[in-house]
Design a protein. Structure first.
Ligand code: F6R
Length: 608
């Protein structure tokens, strides 16, 4: 999604802005632009396409100025063209605005302004907002922005500068994340922490309805109505090296390979081996609260929704609580049956996904307890839930989610273990579960050591146009996730199904051109999946199978097999997903795809 960066201080802004935008490229975008103010006025450069297109324009020389804003746009209203790229200016051309989000009443405001003689150069809602700010300008940018924002409906993260006030940068937030970076005699705004880390790790997270006014002497936080409010300065734990590629060809590969460590970090401090349970005090729920839960609803999107499905299997099997998993986008517009004895768990890597956030707000409104399993510290979901666990997986830069997935499943395992031990699970079963969890990082490493085997399998399937992923039980969600990874980064059409469902339709697709990936560890449904493999074999399908060591039966049937270490059935997706992530990675690389920034995708989906 769109990225915002802004700077005010003693240094030249343009280079810092480009560098900041580069750090946000991973979020996905289709045009970019910067605006810089200096003694002689406002200079704007923008371009459709990748940042390199903007840089080419700047080859002739960076505009000088120590105040500036920069933006990467992911088109929502209007095509990804240069005129629609941000920054946008007001009618006078003095005020420049960059904007993440959507102004819902832009149509009506545009009409009103047109009647007052305004002319527009783009199709965007952002330009309408720029004109409105200009229309309301009476000598103070800060007040003009506050006045304009009182008129608009919708969501925004904003940064605004004016050539008439070369010492002021105004930022505002409602429904789209924004941080102020506090440096030494210099200040930044950004829509996520990555462009700031090079300069400062001290940040102030803006909340909805808040504005930041940055000047050459410091910054002030206010609301649309109140001139000043106090906000704490937080320290970001990540440093620059954690968001750099560190020798890997792609962020996705780096993040796949980080999973032994990221998983360890998720589990760290939570396992109480002696008592066979977990410590999850961050949930802010007492044991009595946890015992009183009658139902759990887990809500999420995309990959996080897949981990939620695995959570459903774990919680129902071990804690014996009814669980429903809901797409956040559906949950928020239904009339969900929830009350104060329902626990609503929101899962999100970014902590900013608009649908998940809205679902959690809806659940809170209806009296449910809400907890979040979130990776990005200080993100909106993390701050709005009643309690939760941070995943501590470290920054995930590759657009396709990998290490966040395994950490989400591990976090769900921690929650499950605590609730299960308060109910029926024995101490011995609890300890067995803990030992299995502790073994996972080493087992993932063992799989990663054999990545070359997955690469060799990928070579044989690079030219495929379709693929089916089949699994049963808790590995059905792993099949969905494997298929999602494949379609996201290689653009191969891939579908995940519960293996037995194949006969109810998809079997019609099977022929010698259809690779079918079976996730078939030696679990409770192993024999059933062998029958499903036979069915594919009988129709000439090409079979790739993930099996446990010594599975001669499946090895005989499959065209390619990859072995995974043995673990408890419920935890097996944490292992089976690793070769599937690698498989899609290697296929996509061989097809020449932009693995870290797949077409049309955004890392953090902050619009509906
Ligand atoms: C898939 C992927 C997306 C996200 C989804 C939710 O690789 O990255 O499907 O999982 O957009 O994002 P979060 O977890 O940030 O809420």
């Amino acid at each position: 999604m769109c990225g915002i960066v802004g700077y005010i201080g003693p240094r030249q802004a343009a280079g810092l802005l480009i560098e900041g935008l580069r750090r946000m490229e991973y979020r996905g975008y289709d045009s970019s632009g910067i605006a810089v103010v200096n003694g002689t006025g406002l200079k704007i450069m923008k371009s459709a396409g990748k940042l390199s297109a903007l840089e080419q324009q700047l080859d002739g020389g960076m505009p000088s100025g120590t105040l500036g804003i920069g933006h990467t746009r992911w088109a929502t209203h209007g095509a990804p063209t240069t005129p629609n790229a941000h920054p946008h200016t007001d009618q006078s051309g003095h005020i420049a605005v960059i904007h993440n989000g959507i102004i819902e009443n832009a149509g009506a405001i545009r009409k009103m302004l047109q009647q007052r003689g305004h002319t527009f150069r783009s199709e965007t809602d952002t330009e309408v907002l720029a004109h409105l700010i200009g229309e309301l300008y009476r000598g103070s940018l800060e007040e003009a922005v506050a006045a304009a924002l009182r008129e608009v409906d919708g969501a925004y993260g904003l940064a605004i500068i004016s050539e008439d006030e070369p010492g002021v940068l105004v930022a505002a937030r409602k429904g789209s994340p924004l941080l102020v970076g506090v440096g030494e005699d210099e200040w930044f705004v950004a829509s996520d922490a990555s462009p700031l880390l090079e300069h400062t790790r001290s940040v102030v997270y803006l909340d909805d309805g808040e504005m930041a006014v940055l000047s050459r002497d410091g910054y002030r936080i206010r609301t649309l109505e109140t001139a000043q409010i106090e906000k704490p300065v937080n320290q970001i734990e990540w440093d620059l090296t954690t968001i750099e590629r560190g020798g890997y060809a792609h962020f996705m590969l780096k993040e796949i390979c980080e999973q032994p460590e990221s998983l360890q970090n998720t589990l760290r401090g939570h396992l109480l081996e002696e008592e066979g349970t977990s410590r999850v005090s961050g949930l802010n729920l007492s044991d009595d609260d946890l015992k009183g839960i009658e139902r759990i609803v887990i809500t999420a999107c995309g990959t996080s929704w897949h981990s939620a499905l695995i959570g459903e299997y774990m919680l129902e099997e071990m804690a014996r609580i009814p669980v429903e998993v809901e797409y956040a986008s559906e949950f928020r517009y239904r009339n969900p049956v929830i009350d104060e004895r329902t626990l609503v768990i929101g899962i999100s890597q970014s902590g900013e996904t608009a649908d998940t956030l809205a679902a959690i707000r809806e659940a809170k409104l209806r009296g449910a307890r809400t907890v979040g399993l979130v990776n990005v510290v200080g993100s909106t979901i993390a701050r709005e839930v009643d309690g939760g666990l941070y995943l501590h997986a470290g920054p995930e830069v590759g657009v396709a989610s990998t290490k966040a997935f395994t950490s989400q499943v591990a976090a769900l395992a921690l929650v499950t273990l605590r609730i299960a031990r308060l109910r029926d699970l024995s101490i011995l079963q609890g300890r067995e579960f803990i030992h299995a969890l502790q073994a996972l990082p080493g087992q993932i490493q063992e799989i990663l050591n054999r990545s070359a085997d997955v690469e060799r399998i990928a070579e044989r399937f690079t030219d495929t146009t379709n693929a089916l992923y089949l699994g049963r039980g808790v590995n059905f969600p792993a099949a969905l996730e494997g298929a999602l990874k494949m379609k996201e980064i290689s653009y191969i059409h891939a579908e995940g199904y519960p293996a037995a469902e194949m006969k109810h339709g998809p079997i019609a697709l099977i022929d010698e051109n259809m690779p079918v990936v079976f996730i078939a560890p030696h679990d409770a449904v192993h024999q059933k999946i062998v029958s499903n493999i036979e069915e594919v074999k009988a129709r000439g399908g090409r079979i790739i199978a993930l099996v446990n060591d010594g599975d001669a039966e499946i090895e005989r049937l499959a065209d390619a097999t990859f072995t995974i270490p043995t673990t408890l059935d419920l935890l097996s997706p944490i292992l089976t997903i690793i070769p599937l992530q690698l498989f899609s990675y290697y296929v996509a690389v061989r097809r020449g795809c932009n693995v870290d920034q797949p077409r049309n995708l955004a890392k953090s989906v902050t619009v509906e």
